[in-house]
Structures are given as structure tokens and as C-alpha cells.
Design a protein around this ligand. Structure first.
Ligand code: AMP
Length: 129
């Protein structure tokens, strides 16, 4: 069965899309650690990041860097943190998280955003790509 992220990539489930290329897709995390929390996902459905072939891994990292640079310009923060967990969704994804403090990196504190806030931050990130 297709993962929830494959359904997002295929447009079967809505998302706040940030960017897309031939191999990867970026969208806002729906339950963000902080405003602007973005996920970068390879279109090829692989569960664990260490199981990606090297080329796909390098492409995902380059894509994540591009999105992360835009995110850092768009959202005031001390820096953009990057982490890969994957315990909830078995489809590789890189978390890009605007950090003000360590609390933003722990996945314990979540920020509630309205639809309008999601749309506005997505637009701000896209504007810096
Ligand atoms: P993990 O697999 O532990 O790295 O976490 C999966 C992440 O995917 C979590 O931060 C979720 O909030 C996020 N997530 C799950 N479903 C969706 C969705 N439909 N749209 C955006 N983000 C999602």
C-alpha cells in the first residue's frame, strides 16, 4: 500500500507544498515542532534512509539544503536544524526545523497553526527558492 507521503506526492492527499523536482518533494509538516517545519521526501518509496542508494541519498540532501536555505531566509530563527527519524511514517523524510532553542528539536513541543498560517509560511518559503 502506498505510504501517506506517496499519496501526498501523487496529490491524493492535500499538503502545503513547498517544492518539487524529478526525485524529491517538500511540504510542511502538519504537526510542526515550529512554524515552517518542512519535510523533504524522495518520490521513490523507501522506508529507512540508510537503505537509499547513494545517488538518491545525495540528491535528497542537495534538495533538502536548497529548501533549508530558503526556509532560513523565510522564517526568523537561530538556524535550521535537520533530523531524520522515521518512526511514524515508513517513507524516508528529512525534517527541516527552524530552531530557536533545543526544545524545537525534541519533537515534544508542537505548534498549532491555522490554515492561513500554514499557507502564509509556505508562500514565504517558496518565495525564497
Ligand atoms: P517521523 O516518522 O517520526 O519522522 O515523523 C513523521 C512526521 O510526519 C511527523 O512529524 C508528522 O507530523 C508528519 N506527518 C504525518 N502525516 C502528515 C501529513 N499528512 N502531512 C504532513 N505531515 C505529516
Amino acid at each position: 500500500m502506498a505510504s501517506i507521503f506517496t499519496k501526498i506526492i501523487n496529490g491524493d492527499i492535500p499538503s502545503y507544498k513547498i517544492a518539487e523536482d524529478e526525485y524529491n518533494f517538500a511540504f510542511l509538516d502538519i504537526n510542526p515542532n515550529a512554524k515552517g517545519h518542512t519535510l523533504c521526501v524522495p518520490k521513490k518509496e523507501v522506508d529507512k534512509i540508510m537503505d537509499l542508494d547513494e545517488e538518491s541519498y545525495m540528491r535528497l540532501m542537495a534538495f533538502s539544503r536548497k529548501v533549508g536555505v530558503a526556509l532560513e531566509k523565510a522564517v526568523p530563527c537561530k538556524r535550521v536544524g535537520m533530523s531524520v527519524i522515521g518512526l511514524e511514517v515508513p517513507h524516508v523524510h528529512v525534517h527541516l526545523i527552524p530552531l530557536q532553542s533545543m526544545a524545537n528539536a525534541t519533537f515534544q513541543h508542537k505548534e498549532e497553526l491555522t490554515k492561513e498560517e500554514f499557507e502564509a509560511v509556505a508562500e514565504a518559503i517558496r518565495a525564497h527558492l
